[in-house]
Design a protein around this ligand. Structure first.
Ligand code: 5AD
Ligand code: FES
Length: 354
């Protein structure tokens, strides 16, 4: 099995069956192998070597601003789905957002991620004005958007207003699986088209999945890896699925940290320069999840910059961490966490290296 990891390291790709063998091996070794004997230990070593080549000990940081928890969609896994009448809805105004950026800039963030549900309140005019204002005030910063599926013209308008990057997780590359996670009105083909449009316009794009989402199989994960290779995105966001009590998936199991870390390692070897966050969801299923994510090949962390009063309301899943901490506390906490494993958070835009 080590040969497969070596092959992935050298050739940056594997046959679907080879990925499948590796993922199965991880599953078999998960709980009854000693750490030193695990295939994952070997993978993570290789993954760290590769990230070290391109990024050294640097960890890039993105200030996450959770714009709105209104959403017109009804994804079965998500706590801010439109059918969740228990969600306390909020949206941030331009002034709120600018004040988050001001705090963030002071704390050393040079990328702001504006993420939110698909909220029709933010018309192209409102959104482009926000983007343009942030870029004018902070010309040395990157703006990343994560606002879901939009028309080509809207994406283009965002880009022309100065947005640099766009995150749109594809969630799964298998259309039957996609169907089981989303209502009829959404489709994988539309999602993939959006990612293509974003690339064509010139955004640095990010796709991604939830690991261990309901009905997910190892074959689905293999398809995800194949799709990621094909798309060759600048960023890949993956984190474990975590149930939310007010959704149809309330009673489902969470994804595992082990499988998430293993995928991070595989993705690092397959896409050596990719920007790969150790996500908040990973930090939620395990107190050391983000540190372990970095040690498995990730090189980005995304602390929360949202105003404290709305933090609890952006509940995609249960028990989300950092909902009671000021941005400065998260920033400091993250500094210490990265130092504790020999890595260093840097104040740089942290663009994809060509
Ligand atoms: N568990 C983990 N991740 C989730 N997301 C949404 N709901 C959940 C959940 N219950 C992820 C999706 C989405 C991103 C913003 O958050 O992958 O793309
Ligand atoms: Fe938010 Fe540690 S990162 S408190």
């Amino acid at each position: 099995m080590k040969e497969l990891i070596d092959k992935l390291h050298i050739e940056q790709k594997l046959e679907p069956l080879e990925f499948k063998n590796l993922l199965q091996m991880e599953e078999n070794q998960r709980y009854d192998f000693e750490e030193k004997d695990k295939i994952s230990t070997y993978l993570f070593e290789k993954a760290r070597t590769v990230r070290q080549e391109y990024y050294g000990n640097k960890v890039f940081t993105r200030g996450l601003i959770e714009l709105t928890n209104y959403c017109k969609n009804d994804c079965y896994y998500c706590g801010i789905r439109r059918s969740n009448s228990n969600a306390l809805r909020y949206r941030l105004e331009k002034e709120d957002i600018l004040s988050c950026c001001e705090t963030g800039y002071f704390l050393g963030f040079r990328t702001f991620v504006l993420q939110g549900g698909e909220d029709r309140y933010y018309t192209d005019r409102i959104m482009t004005d926000i983007i343009y204002t942030i870029k004018s005030k902070y010309p040395d910063c990157a703006v990343t958007l994560s606002l879901g599926e939009k028309e080509y013209e809207t994406y283009k308008a965002y880009f022309d207003a100065g947005a640099d990057r766009y995150l749109l997780r594809h969630e799964t590359s298998n259309s039957e699986h996609y169907r089981k996670l989303h209502p009829e009105e959404m489709s994988l083909s539309h999602r993939k088209k959006c990612l293509e449009k974003l690339k064509e316009i010139g955004f640095q794009v990010g796709c991604g999945i939830m690991v261990g989402s309901p009905f997910q199989t190892i074959d689905h994960l293999v398809e995800d890896l194949v799709y990621m290779k094909e798309l060759s995105p600048h960023m890949v966001g993956i984190g474990p699925f975590i149930p939310h009590h007010d959704t149809p998936f309330a009673k489902e199991n969470s994804g595992t940290m082990e499988q998430t870390l293993f995928l991070l390692g595989l993705i690092r070897l397959m896409l050596p320069k990719v920007l790969l966050p150790a996500t908040t969801a990973l930090g939620t299923i395990n107190p050391k999840g983000r540190e372990m994510g970095i040690l498995a090949g990730a090189n980005v962390v995304m602390p929360n910059l949202s105003p404290l009063r709305v933090r609890k309301n952006y509940g995609l899943y249960d028990n989300k961490i950092c909902t009671g901490d000021e941005a400065a506390e998260c920033r400091q906490c993250m500094d210490l966490r990265m130092k504790s494993i020999g890595y260093e958070i840097v104040s740089e835009r942290g663009d994809f290296i060509k």
